[in-house]
Design a protein around this ligand. Structure first.
Ligand code: SF4
Ligand code: SF4
Length: 187
């Protein structure tokens, strides 16, 4: 009989103890944040500078070398270039990336001589249709740029970028350096 009441006491005690712990959380500051509605600032803005998110392509400075396409180990990138036989001008007619296949290795962006292809800090590509993740960057044929040589400047755009990479620019200046490089290429 005594054991019977002792077990009832133990059951009530453990329920009370458990509820006390649960109730105490009502008055504590939550350590989790509701994503994405209650973030203080966009999570993308909080990503480290070298974060490799979804790829973006600045077609205006692409020189159509196709290095990114060749470097990609899993064939995410597809590029088509057409040449005008009379004017010899080259046009980019297709530049698509299959984001659903991309493994964010960074090989394409690291090898791009003009920084035309680069990683953004955007990571959320959730979509109901997987085809939405094939991103096309060319809406109409785009004339490909050539690096301009300026006074005494003999480097091609590739050399220019290589130089910048070799200098191992400090990460916070990367956007700034990229901007300067774009200005130099478009001259
Ligand atoms: S990040 Fe890697 S996997 Fe993705 S497109 Fe570039 S090379 Fe391909
Ligand atoms: S490596 Fe850069 S410049 Fe060359 S095709 Fe790709 S995006 Fe364009």
């Amino acid at each position: 009989m005594r054991d019977y009441f002792y077990q009832i006491y133990q059951a009530l005690f453990s329920i009370t103890e458990g509820m006390a712990v649960t109730m105490s959380y009502l008055f504590r500051r939550p350590s989790t944040i509701q994503y994405p509605n209650k973030l203080e600032s966009l999570l993308e803005n909080q990503m480290p500078d070298r974060f490799r998110g979804i790829l973006q392509v600045d077609i205006s400075i692409c020189i159509g070398c196709r290095l990114c396409e060749k470097t990609c180990p899993i064939d995410c990138i597809a590029i088509d270039i057409e040449k005008n036989k009379e004017t010899k001008e080259r046009f980019l007619t297709w530049f698509a990336i299959d984001i659903s296949k991309c493994m964010y290795c960074g090989l394409c962006s690291e090898n791009c001589s003009t920084t035309a292809i680069y990683h953004t800090k955007v990571f959320n590509g959730a979509t109901r249709e997987i085809d939405n993740l094939i991103v096309q960057f060319v809406s109409e044929p785009m004339k490909l740029v050539k690096a301009k040589k300026k006074d005494g400047l003999e480097e091609t755009s590739k050399d220019l970028h290589g130089k910048i990479l070799k200098e191992k620019m400090p990460t916070p200046n990367r956007d700034q350096t990229r901007k300067a490089l774009i200005e130099k290429i478009l001259g």
